[in-house]
Write a protein that binds this ligand. Structure first.
Ligand code: BEZ
Length: 224
């Protein structure tokens, strides 16, 4: 029987787990930071190796945004530590500075609904998909993306979404298609015209459309 999938805005469940650097209580490990938890089917696999290497290279970008990365893979802590040597060698890293959860019994993979029934291991067991969970400092789920085991993630895209999450939680804007940090934003449909001067002192531009409705309102990216 599968667990209920988590929705955006749900409290992310706490858990205890073994990692390559010891046992953690997830909430205690997060402390007051945000976290990105991303899962992997197995150690010593090629796509996973490239992903863990990429996140290790992006650590300064995650820390700049107040986010602690943590990976999960369905093997033991001893296996993770041996694999980390390969990842460091592959990515020419002097150190590997975030933990990998040892979910060799697939308990968390089940609890967090991360098993892919269509992709099976050599033994015929469902593989863990490549799940991404972004959890905020209140322990709320803010983003969830599921990729199949055969598709590696784009971590530049994940950072881009995190930038949007952190901007739009405090400013009355939404970010349009392909937005990047510093790009123009859309004024939220819920913002009344009367409130525009106060909320957007630098002004907005309203794009005219055949419907005559004034909903395409553009503004420069507000400072957080
Ligand atoms: C990989 O990481 O390369 C991989 C793992 C499981 C299935 C497919 C690819």
């Amino acid at each position: 029987m599968s667990n209920k999938a988590l929705n955006i805005g749900d409290q992310f469940p706490n858990f205890e787990a073994q990692t390559n650097v010891g046992r953690i209580d997830f909430y205690d490990w997060m402390a007051d930071s945000w976290a990105i938890l991303f899962s992997h089917p197995a150690d010593f696999t090629p796509v996973c190796t490239t992903e863990l290497a990429r996140v290790a290279q992006l650590i300064p970008e995650f820390l700049k945004r107040g986010i602690k990365p943590i990976a999960l893979s369905c093997d033991t802590a001893e296996s993770h530590n041996a694999w980390i040597e390969d990842i460091k060698s592959y990515a020419k890293l002097a150190s590997f500075d975030y933990p990998i959860i040892a979910d060799n019994k697939r308990e968390l993979a089940l609890k967090l609904n991360m098993l892919d029934k269509d992709e099976l291991s050599a033994e015929g067991i469902p593989l863990t998909c490549r799940a991404v969970f972004v959890i905020d400092d209140k322990k709320k789920l803010r983003l969830s993306i599921l990729y199949p085991a055969t598709t590696g993630r784009n971590f530049d895209e994940i950072l881009r979404v995190i930038d949007s999450l952190q901007l739009t939680q405090s400013k009355s804007v939404a970010t349009p298609a392909d937005w990047k940090q510093g790009g123009q934003c859309m004024v939220l449909p819920s913002v009344q015209a009367v409130d525009v001067p106060k909320l957007f002192p630098k002004g907005i531009e309203t794009i005219q459309v055949p419907s005559g409705k004034n909903y395409l309102r553009i503004t420069a990216q507000p400072q957080i």
